[in-house]
Design a protein. Structure first.
Length: 689
């Protein structure tokens, strides 16, 4: 792009976004930080897969070497123990729950969730709560309460011998979390309460999706033995059987398995038993991929018959008995070279092979044994990575795992067209793509994990012809990504990371203003100078936000840090810097380029929104003036901020020893807070070389 100034979109593009993403509406924003949720003391890399449950609860498959576990949004491994809380997922409305309030707020049970909305009041004395009395058989034994909420807001957990008491435990949290406590009596109350916040937190209600507390008597963790070693985890494809909570897991060298959820906390994991299965499905020869379409299960791509796909009988996903009736099973061997590597459904059944993209259609309204047509749409080829559906388009990975392609139907050509959306950013996938996941709301970002345990993203808005790539760094390794959709419609990207040796962490990329990784929120009943509960950050240098502003960095020792001033609540995490580099300035006149001219910025203006001041070409504009009151912390601001440049300036990705006089601008935020850049402009001087 540096030498192709006539390329479409050059004027709207940037040279690099690092730990920032492009919003399709125009701004460049610093990415949300990853919030630490739970740690697993396992050495090998892990993979997570989001399950699209028909219930409000979000669950994930966690795969490690020869093992499968189901975890929930709080990162807790779902145990098979008996549930203490009645109607824990609110599927029965408000049954079993006591509702209380200090004002005229509302508590609404709707669509398998509970919405707590306190009355607005400046003195923070208005609250809304639900509670329930439970009985355990394990007095004096540690219990775990898991709370899953939809979006960010502060809530309180009270556990006591009476409703609203805290003689057993008290916690405050901003999002889904697991709490450990030890009851000293058999019968006790669990209460979740939301207080109207007159603080710096986002205002609004709290949508509670599920509260679970299981009796640890006889409990363990739901762990299943699998046939898949670590080296095979990337090849696993999943199929959600429409109309059920059953999921098939496929690998070409192993019999398919079914994971079933009964909707009441029970999980089973068993091999799939087929009726009328092909004789060749045996040993290490099984379908590699599949999809549900028109009431049938389509499977294909076995090692010994890589060009063949099979369809089950209509209405029976496990019956592959073939025949001539319209609802009988059937198979087809494609007449184009290439191994079947994935299947997906948009309007029609689409098959990706190692050499082409195919469409499976029929003359009639549905596919039948006598009415199947396979048509080649494009000839680019794919790898085995399961594609994602983005609106009415299908996003898949090229055979070399360096390109991200989009295939979609184009009315003008009456054909499915495939486009390389990584064409102008081929360098960014040099680590080779290993996983992709789409986070639709609010920003339409496809998150990508690469083989070298890094992650990148691309903002994609097909109808507006907008796609922008962004690179992200974090202090550690990223093994896997999965996106779950909350009932509010918000997409929540979740990651498996390694921050310390022999561990894997489950983390959320929460839509919160804090900008640190592996961060933790701590709240105390009164201000204090010590922040504890930071064992997952032991020995690490961390950034700290307190009520008194950004605190100097500290090293976590014995699970805690000491502050220079008291704070009632704090956020602590690992630093990452947000950086934006513009492309070289170009002024075309009479088809003549300005690339050969020296460029000197006289003034640079960066228009920011609700952000603390960043550095602009290495300098931070003044935060204070003569009228700024003493002893006040810097406030976020909106508007244009200026720096004046002296001499000929430039940058080569921030390195001082190799400076190009090309008029690039670098915006850099090293504070753990939001950065939103709306525009960059200024006064530029041009001189001939």
């Amino acid at each position: 792009m540096f030498g192709r100034t006539n390329t479409e979109g050059y004027a709207q593009a940037v040279s690099m976004l690092r730990n920032m993403y492009c919003d399709s509406r125009g701004p460049a924003r610093s990415r949300p930080g990853m919030r630490f949720i739970n740690r697993f003391y396992e050495q090998e890399p892990q993979r997570i897969i989001a399950l699209d449950s028909r219930f409000n609860s979000s669950y994930f498959i966690k795969l490690t070497n020869l093992k499968l576990e189901v975890i929930d949004l709080s990162g807790a491994v779902v145990p098979p123990a008996s549930e203490l809380i009645s109607n824990s997922n609110f599927e029965q409305g408000g049954d079993y729950w006591a509702v209380s309030s200090s004002g005229a707020g509302t508590t609404t049970f709707i669509d398998g969730s509970c919405i707590l909305t306190p009355t607005e009041h400046a003195n923070q004395t208005r609250w809304q709560a639900i509670s329930q009395q439970v009985t355990t058989t394990s007095v004096g034994v540690e219990h775990e309460l898991t709370v899953m909420v939809d979006h960010y807001n502060i809530y309180d957990i009270y556990i006591g011998t009476t409703d609203g008491a805290t003689d057993i435990a008290y916690e405050q949290a901003p999002t889904s979390q697991a709490f450990k406590f030890t009851p000293n009596v058999a019968s006790f109350w669990i209460r979740i309460q939301v207080v109207n916040q007159n603080l710096t937190y986002p205002p609004g209600d709290v949508i509670v999706l599920e509260m679970t507390c299981r009796d640890p008597a006889g409990a363990g963790e739901t762990s299943f033995v699998t046939p898949w070693p670590t080296s095979e985890l990337r090849r696993i494809h999943t199929i959600h059987l429409i109309g059920s909570n059953d999921y098939y897991l496929l690998h070409p060298n192993h019999q398919p398995y079914k994971l079933d959820y009964d909707g009441m906390g029970g999980w089973t994991f068993i091999p799939v038993t087929f009726t009328g299965k092909p004789a060749s499905w045996d040993g290490n020869n099984w379908p590699a991929t599949g999809v549900v379409h028109q009431g049938r299960l389509f499977l294909g791509g076995t090692p010994f018959q890589p060009e063949t796909f099979w369809a089950s009988q209509s209405g029976s996903y496990t019956d592959f008995t073939e025949g001539t009736q319209d609802d009988d099973g059937f198979n087809r061997t494609i007449q184009f070279p290439g191994r079947i590597v994935w299947m997906a459904v948009t309007k029609d059944l689409v098959i990706g092979t190692s050499q082409a993209e195919l469409l499976v259609t029929s003359d009639g309204p549905i596919l039948t044994p006598s009415d199947v047509q396979v048509k080649k749409q494009s000839g680019y080829g794919s790898t085995f990575i399961q594609p994602v559906i983005v609106g009415d388009a299908l996003v898949y990975v090229s055979g070399d795992r360096r390109k991200l392609r989009v295939i979609q139907y184009e009315w003008t050509s009456n054909n499915w067209q495939s486009e390389d959306i990584s064409f102008a950013s081929e360098h960014i996938t040099e680590g080779h793509i290993s996983e992709i996941a789409w986070a639709q709301n609010p920003n339409n970002i496809i998150w990508i994990v690469t083989n070298d345990a890094k992650y990148i993203g691309v903002t994609y808005e097909r109808d507006k012809r907008i796609f922008g790539w962004h690179r992200h760094d974090t202090d550690g390794k990223v093994w896997s990504v999965a996106v779950t959709t909350l009932p509010s419609g918000t997409s929540l990207p979740c990651f498996m990371t390694t921050r310390q040796d022999d561990t894997c962490d489950f983390e959320h990329m929460d839509l919160y203003w804090v900008r640190t990784d592996s961060w933790a929120y701590r709240y105390y009943t009164k201000p204090q100078k010590t922040i504890d509960g930071l064992e997952h950050l032991e020995g690490r240098t961390v950034q700290i936000w307190t009520r008194g502003g950004v605190h100097p960095d500290q090293v976590v020792t014995n699970g805690s840090v000491s502050l220079q001033w008291e704070s009632q609540d704090s956020i602590v995490g690992l630093q990452f810097d947000s950086q934006l580099y513009t492309l070289p300035m170009e002024f075309m006149a009479d088809n003549q380029t300005s690339l050969g001219m020296l460029k000197q910025w006289v003034k640079i203006y960066v228009y920011i929104y609700d952000s603390l001041l960043p550095k602009i070409n290495g300098r931070r504009p003044p935060e204070r003036s003569a009228v700024t009151p003493m002893d006040t912390i810097p406030q976020s601001m909106t508007g244009a901020r200026r720096v004046s440049e002296l001499g000929i300036t430039g940058t080569s990705m921030g390195t001082a020893e190799h400076v190009h006089n090309n008029g690039q601008i670098m915006v850099h935020q090293d504070l753990p807070v939001m950065l939103q850049v709306l525009a960059i402009y200024g006064e530029l001087s041009l001189d001939s070389l």
